[in-house]
Design a protein around this ligand. Structure first.
Ligand SMILES: Cc1cc2nc3c(=O)[nH]c(=O)nc-3n(C[C@H](O)[C@H](O)[C@H](O)COP(=O)(O)OP(=O)(O)OC[C@H]3O[C@@H](n4cnc5c(N)ncnc54)[C@H](O)[C@@H]3O)c2cc1C
Length: 315
């Protein structure tokens, strides 16, 4: 993996650098290429453009590691407002939402009103209810490994009332192949990604080759299972292997989907959609784009020079 990956992922959690970088307007070149805007209106407009191109979307109100109950509540309110607007614009059939549990309170200490786990569960439940009323679904993003057990427990609770709730599993974790087996049941929506955090070698594969091998093993489990796999990757090899495994296991188009991030390989997104695949684009929006942007730069340090230029010119 790139030597810059680890320092960039460490910076993604630095408050000092965040304060400096966040003075950049979202319109600055590099930010705009990954985040279409800061407001609900901007993201709904961006969704309309994607839908007109035959794509689906999953929308993420940016923010993570919230240590403030009011901020967690504001995030829930933002999702409820977004879901209302998606329904009002007739987009809810094509767009769902992705939620980071740390943005709705999971990281709050046990001393606060029942503790972070319970607060995040209740907040996620409110968003699931709003999604169902709008006619769409929620997927729970997966964050660093210290949150995996709590997130899986919250998923199990939510699925009792909202079985349509999507899970995310990260191929870089040793545990994930077993988690794929446990979640490959009928109706279970599971997004498989490689994983975006800086994880130690006692829990995660470290080399690109080992992560890719794990991704393929997990794809086999999910695509041969009974659930609805969501193949989230920009890696051309993984997309190809995903397609051929889907036909090997007799899956018809629409019984699984591909997912990519907003602004990454947009032509490939359209190509897959026009070949009949379901292609969903993950669209982040809001003011809290710092951590998200740093993880994208860690995946592709070649973009660092564009980033520094945007920072210096502050256009
Ligand atoms: C829809 C979606 C949802 C996700 N949700 C989560 C989540 O909940 N939790 C989590 O930990 N991670 C999540 N991720 C991120 C994921 O774990 C990876 O970090 C990320 O997708 C990069 O891995 P890759 O599979 O694209 O392969 P890589 O091997 O990283 O990249 C393959 C190729 O894709 C292109 N590419 C990759 N990144 C970039 C970039 N930033 N800019 C331009 N080109 C690029 C390049 O051509 C590269 O060679 C998500 C990813 C997607 C697509």
């Amino acid at each position: 993996m790139s030597v810059l990956r680890e320092p960039l992922l460490l910076l993604s959690r630095s408050d000092q650098v965040k304060r400096l970088v966040s003075t950049m307007p979202v319109s600055a070149g590099i930010v705009k290429s990954y985040v279409p805007g800061e407001t609900t209106e901007a993201v709904v407009d961006a969704t309309q453009v994607l839908v007109d191109d035959g794509l689906k979307a999953t929308l993420d109100f940016l923010g993570e590691d919230t240590l403030d109950v009011d901020q967690a509540d504001a995030t829930v309110a933002a999702y409820v407002d977004l879901l209302r607007q998606l329904a009002a614009r007739g987009l809810a059939r094509h767009a769902e939402v992705s939620v980071k549990l740390s943005a709705v309170g999971q990281a709050l200490p046990d001393t606060v009103a029942g503790g972070g786990h319970k607060i995040a569960l209740e907040n996620a439940r409110t968003i699931c209810r709003a999604a169902r009323n709008a006619g769409t679904t929620v997927t729970l993003d997966m964050e660093d490994h210290t949150t995996t057990d709590s997130t899986m427990a919250i998923l199990r609770e939510l699925r009792k009332d909202f079985p349509e709730t999507g899970a995310v599993l990260q191929a870089y974790l040793y545990r994930t192949e077993a988690d794929c087996r446990a979640l490959a049941y009928e109706g279970s929506r599971v997004r498989l990604c490689k994983g975006a955090y800086n994880e130690p070698d006692d829990v995660a594969f470290q080399s690109r080759l080992d992560v890719d091998r794990s991704y393929v093993r997990c794809l086999k489990v999910l695509l041969s299972g009974q659930g609805y796999p969501m193949i989230a990757t920009h890696d051309p090899r993984m997309v190809e292997i995903g397609s051929s495994l889907a036909s090997r296991y007799g899956r018809v188009q629409g019984s699984y989907e591909f997912q990519m991030l907003y602004g990454i390989r947009p032509e490939e997104q359209k190509r897959l959609a026009s070949s009949g695949e379901t292609m969903r684009v993950y669209v982040p929006y809001g003011e809290e784009w710092y951590g998200y942007l740093m993880r994208r730069l860690a995946e592709r340090p070649q973009n660092l020079s564009f980033f520094v230029k945007s920072l210096v010119s502050k256009k």
